[in-house]
Design a protein around this ligand. Structure first.
Ligand SMILES: Cc1cc2nc3c(=O)[nH]c(=O)nc-3n(C[C@H](O)[C@H](O)[C@H](O)COP(=O)(O)O)c2cc1C
Length: 180
């Protein structure tokens, strides 16, 4: 399976969690392409055609980002607005993403216990990710269960390394196993 990892972290050099997750992927010998939006587009001038061509080349697309205000960092939202356009991603003739698999991978400051009914954050991360889930569904893609690394800031290097291993395995897990 060929995998594209779209990374949206505004400050990857200062990151601990997302950096650790990416380091885990670097150890894999498979066809995984890492595409860092904030490095590629410091002026936010997204090259729609280039991004669309890239998406066409991959079967599974991972959207990796730190959870910011219960959502993704803003350049990824801009990326959706610029790349998922009518006639290409949806609407009449917009069939290019049909059948592609999409998977969100996010790191949170909050703990897993805080992301549930009655917890500090009230909702699960999956519930909070529904706008992205709907966007993928609207474009005919298959939205896979998200990978979440909770409590990222309080995590030791050792735990982050374990999470990186779990991540590397998770994103290569075949669809029937992830959705069983
Ligand atoms: C602007 C901003 C907003 C954030 N919003 C949330 C949030 O809504 N929920 C949460 O659990 N953590 C939140 N955090 C914490 C980040 O998710 C956390 O610092 C990040 O996942 C750690 O990953 P990193 O080491 O790769 O930066 C926020 C952090 C920043 C800077």
């Amino acid at each position: 399976m060929n995998i594209l990892v779209i990374v949206a972290h505004p400050e990857l050099t200062a990151s601990r969690a997302n950096k650790a997750l990416l380091q885990g992927l670097n150890k894999i010998q498979e066809d995984i392409h890492i595409h860092k939006l904030y490095e590629l587009y410091p002026d936010w001038n997204i090259d729609t055609e280039k991004e669309q061509e890239l998406l066409l080349r991959y079967d599974r697309i991972i959207l990796q980002f730190p959870f910011y205000w219960y959502s993704c960092p803003p350049l990824l939202k801009q990326w959706f607005d610029d790349v998922m356009i009518p006639g290409w991603a949806y609407g009449p003739g917009g069939t290019k993403l049909v059948g592609k698999e999409f998977l969100v991978a996010t790191t949170t400051g909050g703990t897993d216990k805080s992301y549930r009914s009655g917890g500090d954050n009230q909702f699960t991360v999956s519930e909070l990710l529904r706008p992205i889930e709907r966007t993928i569904a609207k474009c005919g893609g298959t939205y896979l269960p998200a990978f979440v690394c909770y409590d990222a800031n309080a995590s030791t290097e050792e735990r982050l390394e374990q999470e990186a291993q779990r991540y590397a395995e998770y994103i290569r897990t075949p669809l029937p196993v992830l959705t069983h």
